[in-house]
Write a protein that binds this ligand. Structure first.
Ligand code: FES
Ligand SMILES: [Fe+2]
Length: 379
């Protein structure tokens, strides 16, 4: 599978566009029916699609030691993702095998999971360990009633979940992950986590990350003074995409020897992990945003903020830089994007548009809709 370009090639392409007054362009113009953002039936198909592919659940470093777990819904399925005593990450449906009670909430560290309702207990490997007053359940097969398993794949610093039957999807799951570059490293510190509700269809929120055509009008006083009007590099890796947003200071790299090339404060990489996760690599921090579609017009965003690699700068400096960096991004640009996105949501039912048009400067969004359409046709 095609992979993303090296920093050096990205910089060369950006400098070429600056010199020529151009940007990356897509071949196609795409019309997406507005009904696809309103339809309950379509929404259900999209949830099924999200459950059928490897979906990033959290950074590996969110579960550093045995017993660390996170309980959260993924495409409406309540899950527990936990690191076992053998270091392997496993995922289970968060439902007791007695009568379905959720075993844990949020995150924590446990030696075992004990159901709060009647006290059935499960090991970190999902095995049913104990049933209080077991004589009330004669002939009950404990071995066959461990927690219901879901496939977890830990690779590239991310824990991915595949909810469909692993036998059917494993090969496709692996294929979707091959070619993705190294995403997160072990020495990046998670310095904050948050959850936010956005009153908009999940695809509207996603689209706001996938083009730079809006930088000048929508971020006039925030991002635009540091960036360019409509200048991006757009790359694809299977269904995934990466959009590069250069800063004006990238021009100082003209003539820089390859060995001295340091791009971290010269551009932002935004990687779209198909279908519902965004990783932004900013000057001093990374943000992993997982979009959980709550209903057709409401989305929960779970965000992990991580420092950059801490080996070069040292932990304290990396942390201080990251916190300063994030204050700028959150207090400025993100608010502006959400205002646009929720405004679109409010007009969806007005019948003003029967389709939305994505042009030559929005190819990562066109790619997303094509991949969605192709996969939904198949299902
Ligand atoms: S529902 Fe969990 S022990 Fe009864
Ligand atoms: Fe934006």
């Amino acid at each position: 599978m095609q992979t993303f370009m090296t920093d050096k090639d990205v910089v060369a392409r950006v400098l070429g566009h600056i010199a020529d007054g151009t940007t990356d362009r897509g071949d196609d113009v795409w019309q997406e029916p507005v009904e696809n953002y309103r339809s309950e039936a379509r929404f259900k198909q999209e949830l099924a699609l999200i459950r059928s592919v490897p979906m990033p659940f959290c950074p590996s470093t969110a579960l550093p030691k045995a017993g660390d777990y996170i309980a959260r819904n993924a495409a409406h399925t309540p899950l527990i993702v936990v690191r076992g005593k053998d270091g392997t990450v496993r995922a289970f449906k968060n439902a007791c095998r007695h009568r379905g009670t959720q075993l844990v909430e949020g995150k924590g560290c446990a030696g075992a999971f004990v159901c709060p309702y009647h006290g059935w207990s499960y090991g970190l490997d999902g095995a049913l360990l104990g049933i209080p007053h077991e004589d009330g359940f004669p002939d009950f097969d404990k071995l066959a009633n461990g927690l219901s398993k879901v496939t977890a794949i830990e690779t590239n610093g991310i824990i991915f979940i595949v909810q469909q039957d692993p036998n059917e999807t494993q090969s496709e799951a692996q294929a979707m992950l091959s070619g993705l570059p190294e995403i997160l490293k072990d020495d990046q510190i998670i310095f904050s986590e948050s959850e936010m509700i956005v009153e908009a269809n999940w695809k509207l929120h996603l689209e706001s990350f996938l083009e730079g055509y809006h930088i000048k009008p929508a971020h006039k006083k925030t991002f635009y003074p540091f960036g360019y009007d409509n200048l991006n590099i757009i790359e694809f890796c299977g269904p995934h995409a990466r959009v590069t947003f250069p800063f004006r200071r990238i021009e100082t790299l003209k003539g820089t020897a390859d060995k001295d090339l340091e791009v971290s404060d010269k551009l932002t990489y935004v990687t779209h992990m198909f279908p519902n996760v965004i990783l932004a690599e900013l000057t001093y921090h990374y943000t992993l945003g997982i979009l959980e579609p709550l209903n057709v017009s409401k989305t929960k965003i779970t965000t992990y903020n991580l420092t950059k690699s801490t080996d070069a700068a040292g932990k304290d400096k990396a942390l201080a830089d990251a916190k300063r960096d994030i204050a700028f991004v959150n207090e400025t640009g993100q608010t502006e994007d959400i205002a646009m996105v929720t405004g679109i949501q409010r007009s969806l039912h007005s019948k003003a548009n029967e389709t939305f048009t994505f042009g030559h400067f929005e190819p990562a969004i066109v790619h997303f809709h094509k991949e969605m359409a192709k996969r939904l046709r198949r299902s």
